[in-house]
Design a binder for this molecule. Structure first.
Ligand SMILES: *[C@@H]1O[C@H](CO)[C@@H](O)[C@H](O)[C@H]1NC(C)=O
Ligand SMILES: *[C@@H]1O[C@H](CO)[C@@H](O)[C@H](O)[C@H]1NC(C)=O
Ligand SMILES: *[C@@H]1O[C@H](CO)[C@@H](O)[C@H](O)[C@H]1NC(C)=O
Ligand SMILES: *[C@@H]1O[C@H](CO)[C@@H](O)[C@H](O)[C@H]1NC(C)=O
Ligand SMILES: *[C@@H]1O[C@H](CO)[C@@H](O)[C@H](O)[C@H]1NC(C)=O
Ligand SMILES: *[C@@H]1O[C@H](CO)[C@@H](O)[C@H](O)[C@H]1NC(C)=O
Ligand SMILES: *[C@@H]1O[C@H](CO)[C@@H](O)[C@H](O)[C@H]1NC(C)=O
Ligand SMILES: *[C@@H]1O[C@H](CO)[C@@H](O)[C@H](O)[C@H]1NC(C)=O
Length: 342
């Protein structure tokens, strides 16, 4: 039985009053709180298993946990601790239940990182939780700073994209051989104008309907935009100039794309989840707001995968871990109704 049947649905914002916006959608949307971590946990990324469970990556310790979204108030299980690292930041699935997780040495308190510390590990989740996850290192990135966004380039070849936040580049890694190289480095992946703060965040391969070109879409938090660059489907290298898709997306972090190219994004400092219309670029606030602490430091989103989760958007917040007012990191499920074409 779904959590929504058992517990009150929390309406995202403004004491639950629904309002119709230009696009005619009712916002804020319905949001279920799947799990609230205690104040000693900060979250960063998440992935959804084929079987529906969420895997969350910790931002203040090298841990990944599984959250069952359908048990009462969720149920969490420790999956793995990456000893010798400080944070677990990126996650992507290549084959069924075969995840790859990026770990680095970064202090969430001082924002300082150790150049050359990042590695990527294979996490084999087959049979979890009955069988423990099998974890092994795939590649060490001796020139990287903080690896975060990850995306599959070629499932068949085992190629993935991996973004480096401070260096402002996107690497390609062959998860079978460990071979990797810098593939994308342009004016929209860098941190500008200051060489500080967070740059490249989410990265997603997308091929617009009726187009033969594949693009890599990526968000840059510092530049407050999502841009795209046409890519070579085999090498992952750019085959054209990058262009801005949407700008003025204040503090944009991770995002998801639906089949039409509508963007669902987490806006970190605005504590908001928004939808950007692929035709009009209208930015619709789905839930949250600058003065609403329910979604403090909204950081990642990903679509659900099971039939009952179709079009539902799973989201995590940091909760204000290093702030005076720490509400605790949370995992939420947003009902995007018919706003997402999945
Ligand atoms: C907070 O949650 C984490 C993860 O569930 C757990 O390991 C830790 O013991 C908890 N800490 C406190 C103080 O409850
Ligand atoms: C579920 O969480 C809510 C809110 O934190 C709490 O009031 C309630 O007691 C919890 N229910 C169970 C069964 O743990
Ligand atoms: C990363 O941090 C861990 C824990 O403090 C430490 O054991 C390890 O040596 C560090 N690695 C690097 C490359 O600095
Ligand atoms: C994952 O683990 C299962 C069970 O040990 C094993 O059969 C399978 O070959 C592993 N998959 C990969 C890709 O390593
Ligand atoms: C990215 O490109 C800039 C400008 O060409 C260059 O200075 C920088 O070294 C490149 N970064 C990496 C990590 O290759
Ligand atoms: C980044 O640089 C600007 C300007 O120098 C400064 O105001 C800001 O505090 C810096 N941010 C971080 C996270 O260090
Ligand atoms: C940029 O976005 C902010 C809110 O996120 C809004 O207040 C402002 O009007 C926008 N600016 C432009 C030029 O669209
Ligand atoms: C909906 O539209 C109204 C009027 O245009 C605007 O004031 C409001 O901020 C919008 N609400 C959201 C949640 O985007």
């Amino acid at each position: 039985m779904r959590i929504s049947l058992l517990f009150a649905i929390i309406l995202g914002a403004t004491n639950g009053i629904l309002c119709q916006n230009a696009s005619g959608y009712e916002v804020p949307v319905k949001v279920e709180t799947i799990y609230h971590f205690n104040s000693s946990v900060s979250l960063e990324k998440l992935a959804i298993r084929k079987s529906g469970e969420a895997i969350v990556c910790f931002d203040n310790s090298p841990n990944i946990y599984q959250v069952d979204p359908d048990s009462i108030n969720g149920s969490v299980r420790h999956i793995h601790t990456f000893e010798g690292y400080l944070v677990a930041h990126g996650i992507v699935e290549v084959e069924d239940d075969q995840f790859y997780v990026a770990v680095s040495n970064l202090s969430v308190w001082t924002h300082t990182y150790v150049l050359g510390s990042p590695s990527i590990f294979h996490v084999n989740m087959t049979g979890f939780p009955e069988h423990p996850a099998r974890v092994r290192e795939v590649a060490h990135f001796a020139d990287a700073a903080i690896l975060n966004g990850m995306e599959v380039l070629s499932k068949k070849e085992g190629l993935i994209y991996v973004g480096d936040i401070p260096l402002g580049v996107i690497n390609v890694l062959n998860v079978n051989t460990g071979h990797h190289y810098v593939a994308i480095n342009n004016s929209y992946t860098t941190i500008y104008p200051f060489n500080n703060g967070s740059g490249i965040y989410g990265i997603h391969v997308f091929q617009p309907k009726h187009e033969s070109t594949k693009y890599l879409y990526f968000s840059n938090q510092k530049q407050a935009l999502i841009a795209r660059v046409p890519i070579h489907p085999k090498s992952g290298l750019p085959v054209g100039e990058p262009e801005v898709v949407v700008s003025n997306l204040t503090s944009v972090a991770e995002f998801a794309l639906d089949k039409e190219g509508n963007i669902f994004a987490a806006l970190f400092s605005l504590n908001q989840f928004v939808r950007v219309d692929h035709k009009t670029n209208e930015v619709l606030v789905l839930a949250g707001g600058p003065d609403i602490d329910t979604y403090t430091e909204a950081v990642s989103v990903v679509f659900g995968r099971t039939e009952s989760d179709k079009g539902k958007l799973y989201a995590v917040t940091i909760g204000g871990f290093t702030a005076l007012h720490n509400v605790g990191a949370g995992l939420f499920r947003l009902d995007t109704q018919d706003m997402a074409v999945v």
